[in-house]
Design a protein around this ligand. Structure first.
Ligand code: RFL
Ligand code: PHB
Length: 386
């Protein structure tokens, strides 16, 4: 087989890239290790920035998102039960949309006409430092080969693409946090109209949602915690303790339909181009979910990469691919900074002690009293320009 671009990974980054290339007339094949049902079964992000909404429209995949997505004009922060609402629309004239990553993925799968190969095992990348790269994979016991001009590594943090780059060509920056998020999905109306990010001495908690009838809640847990040790009752009891009393009272609980623990990590690889291989999305970087940036960052990477690959393929110009890595890394580091900062403000860090908590409280009080500080948070949360 031969194509212009082999895209590895059919998460939101790979699917969006594939769609943008398809619409521009650039031939691409997506190779995904898992089945479509498995990909759609992963419960992840829930908040879309305007840039992501615009990209869904450009991909001609935005109709259901506009019909079902919920526009949120602000969020609430809570510190030891003291509440403060940030009104993004008033602060900077912008908003976000609540629409699940699962739905984004489903919509992108549905509009795609070109070839996607699921259940592709043992994907391997070859000769991307030459003009004739190729990729191999196994399916039903047979090995297949695809020759191409470029390879896009959109295969997430544990994917094969970044691992195929020689160690000496890659610099990585990493911070692993000493806790994770235990998340629960439940078919009950959300406790509030907007998201609540809560700091409590027992740990962080987040009240999020997917729709008017489906809610998503998280609590900070130790990294060695096991999901099996968290019955639904234990989860709801712990969540209530971390919210202010009125919110705890209003909480509508029920049996969980999904429950999982995600570790928290900050990670960046540099650079993001190696000859004819490009990394994008979680394959290139990870942010802790506190700033709701991971999916949005993946989308802004592939928007830039799509334009670069279209230019390289149709106009035979390397201008876009030559600047891809430097351009997206600028935005990536700003999102890393914001996600690290939100995480630092809202979680409990066992090692920082009482001094650390007083500093967090001072940061919260400063935020509540300063419109400039609120505008900064709002500007970053709703998405910096690309
Ligand atoms: P994905 O979604 O991980 O997709 C990668 C795909 O590549 C496939 N793959 C391979 N395919 C072929 N061969 C191989 N060797 C392969 N190895 C892997 C995988 O099966 C998969 O299908 O990466 P992508 O596309 O870069 O998308 C990134 C986002 O998924 C991620 O950043 C967000 O989910 C992060 N995130 C959030 N982001 C936001 O913008 N807003 C949020 O509110 C938000 N909340 C979250 C989150 C992530 C969370 N977890 C579980 C880490 C909440 C949580 C709890
Ligand atoms: C979610 O709904 O899953 C979600 C929302 C906001 C975040 C992280 C996760 O910051």
């Amino acid at each position: 087989m031969r194509t212009n671009v082999v895209i590895i990974g059919a998460g939101p980054a790979g699917l969006m890239l594939g769609r943008l290339l398809e619409l521009a007339g650039v031939d691409a094949i997506i190779l995904e290790r898992k089945s479509p049902d498995y990909v759609l079964g992963r419960i992840r992000a829930g908040v879309l920035e305007q840039g992501t909404i615009d990209l869904m429209d450009r991909a001609e995949a935005g109709a259901r998102m506009h019909a079902e997505g919920l526009i949120h004009h602000g969020v609430e922060l809570s510190f030891d039960g003291d509440r403060h609402r940030l009104d993004f629309s008033d602060l900077i004239g912008r908003h976000v949309m609540v629409y699940g990553q699962t739905e984004v993925t489903r919509d992108l799968m549905n509009v795609r006409k070109a070839q996607s190969i699921y259940d592709a095992e043992d994907v391997e990348l070859y000769d991307f430092d030459t003009a004739k790269p190729y990729v191999t994979y196994r399916q039903s016991g047979k090995t297949h080969r695809i020759d191409c001009d470029h390879i896009a590594g959109c295969d997430g943090f544990h994917g094969v693409s970044r691992q195929s780059v020689p160690q000496k060509a890659l610099t990585t920056f990493e911070r692993i946090y000493p806790f994770g998020w235990l998340g629960i999905l439940v078919d009950q109306p959300p406790v509030a109209d907007e998201l609540i990010y809560a700091h409590h001495e027992r740990g962080f908690a987040l009240c999020s949602q997917r729709s008017h009838t489906r809610s998503r809640y998280y609590v900070q847990v130790q990294t060695d915690e096991k999901v099996e040790d968290w019955s639904d009752t234990r989860f709801w009891d712990e969540l209530r303790l971390r919210l202010n009393p009125e919110t705890a009272e209003a909480l509508r609980t029920g049996p969980s339909i999904e429950k999982s623990i995600a570790p928290l990590r900050s990670f960046v690889a540099e650079p993001l181009r190696f000859g004819r291989l490009f990394l994008a999305g979680d394959a290139a970087h990870i942010v802790p979910p506190t700033g709701a940036k991971g999916l949005n960052l993946a989308m802004s990477d592939v928007a830039t990469l799509a334009d670069a690959l279209i230019e390289a393929t149709l106009d035979h110009s390397p201008a876009g691919i030559d600047v891809y890595s430097a351009k997206v890394l600028q935005r990536i580091w700003k999102a890393e900074r914001f996600s690290w900062w939100m995480t630092s403000l809202l979680h409990t860090f066992p090692e920082t002690g009482p001094f650390g908590r007083r500093i967090q409280r001072a940061e919260f009080d400063y935020l509540c009293g300063s419109r400039v500080a609120q505008q900064s948070l709002a500007e970053n949360y709703t998405g910096l320009p690309s």
